[in-house]
Design a protein around this ligand. Structure first.
Ligand code: KIV
Ligand code: ZN
Length: 388
């Protein structure tokens, strides 16, 4: 089968990088429930866990491998035989298993985490890939802290691990350090300077320490990466990982980029809610795509424009991400047009003067109450009618 050059593979790490967040640990049955939903969402790869890290994580990888059919199931390891053996065993039931092995690539990590040298690290990287390849065909290699790594050494490492059998090379901005153009340039350099790069897919894995994870992931894709790693709701270590829902909706909204995924975007809202509930991690109301205010219009100017033509203030249709509907929130900043809209919805068709009277009463009410709901409007209309 010919590989579609514009297809972006979606690698979900909610159950591995996402689950590393303190207080967000899940039981195996909860992870299986999320894995089923990720399969319905259409993700290509589910990173199910880090089997050597604990018996519970090992068991979760086993059970998720049994539970899903279509996505590749991936297990994380460090670059050593013990980790890889545990991952191979945990993935025994996976229809499409993948091992995700790797080691630090920045001088910072090489010296201060591994107390090693570039030469030794390169050797360990190659050995790990070769060892994993004996048991599993699909091997992803991560060059940890690639965001801060010397790009020439990174290129050397990428070339060596592809020659050793890596099918995917992950270039993580582990510390969320890069600017989008720096990260994009790094991917471009690898595309242009690694001899065997056409034998592997480049993956982007960005952290959000400077709020740039989504922008960096897009920059990577624009420069030739074809796999994006992230989590639902952007949960993950420290400030989190790239939000899958953001990247996917950017690609859909900006079709000019010419890139597409296999994601059923209508499943986003429900899955976001499930992950948030199970992980006890509320979604901030203004979170892009899945926040409760993402499709709420509250100022008078916006509400008026939205009611004239929703595209004045809506670049994504809420129904495209499974959001119930756009909302016109009534506050003291709302205008007459928004009030008329809600009153008509409740069956009150007012003439100009009646609406003007109702609006004056509404402003008094809204100044003293943050949320105006349907009951408030009904009470208000009874009072207005009595005065008339
Ligand atoms: O952020 C990172 O570098 C990682 C690797 C283990 C892939 O999560
Ligand atoms: Zn990470």
């Amino acid at each position: 089968m010919l590989h579609d050059p514009n297809r972006v593979y979606v690698f979900d790490t909610t159950l591995r990088d996402g689950e590393q967040v303190p207080g967000c640990q899940l039981t195996t049955p909860e992870k299986i429930e999320i894995a089923h939903e990720l399969e319905s969402l259409g993700v290509d790869i589910i990173e199910a866990g880090f089997p050597i890290s604990s018996p519970g994580d090992f068991q979760s990888v086993v059970e998720i491998s049994k539970a899903v059919k279509n996505p590749t199931v991936c297990a994380l390891t460090r670059a050593n035989k013990g980790d890889i053996d545990a991952a191979v065993e945990a993935l025994a039931y996976a229809k499409h298993p993948r091992i995700h092995t790797g080691i630090g690539s920045s001088d910072m990590h090489i010296k201060h985490k591994f107390n090693s040298t570039r030469e030794e690290i390169l050797e360990r990287a190659v050995e790990a890939v070769k060892y994993a390849k004996k048991s599993v065909e699909d091997i992803e290699f991560y060059a940890e802290d690639a965001g801060r790594a010397d790009v020439r050494f990174l290129a050397q490492m990428v070339e060596a691990v592809i020659a050793a059998g890596a099918t995917v090379v992950n270039i993580p901005d582990t510390n969320g350090y890069c600017l989008p153009d720096q990260y994009g340039e790094k991917i471009k350099f690898l595309k242009e300077n690694v001899k065997n790069i056409d034998k592997a897919i480049i993956s982007v894995h960005c952290h959000n320490d400077l709020g740039l994870a989504t922008a960096n992931s897009i920059a990577g894709l624009q420069n030739g990466a074809r796999q994006i790693e992230g989590t639902i709701n952007g949960i993950g270590e420290r400030a989190g990982n790239t939000s899958i829902e953001e990247v996917v909706m950017i690609l859909k909204t900006h079709s000019v980029l010419g890139l597409h995924t296999n994601i059923n975007t209508k499943n986003f809202y429900e899955l976001s809610h499930m992950v948030s509930t199970q992980m006890r991690m509320p979604v901030q109301p203004n979170k892009a795509i899945v926040g409760s205010n993402a499709f709420a219009h509250s100022s008078g100017i916006h509400q008026d424009g939205f009611l004239k033509n929703r595209e004045n203030y809506e670049i994504i249709r809420p129904e495209d991400v499974g959001f119930p509907s756009a909302t016109i929130v009534l506050t003291a900043r709302s205008g007459r047009h928004a009030l008329k809209f809600h009153l008509e919805r409740l069956g009150y068709n007012l003439d100009k003067q009646e609406l003007a009277n109702a609006y004056q009463s509404f402003l008094v009410l809204a100044d003293g109450k943050l949320d105006i709901d349907d009951n408030d409007l009904t009470t208000l209309m009874i009072a207005v009618k009595q005065l008339a």
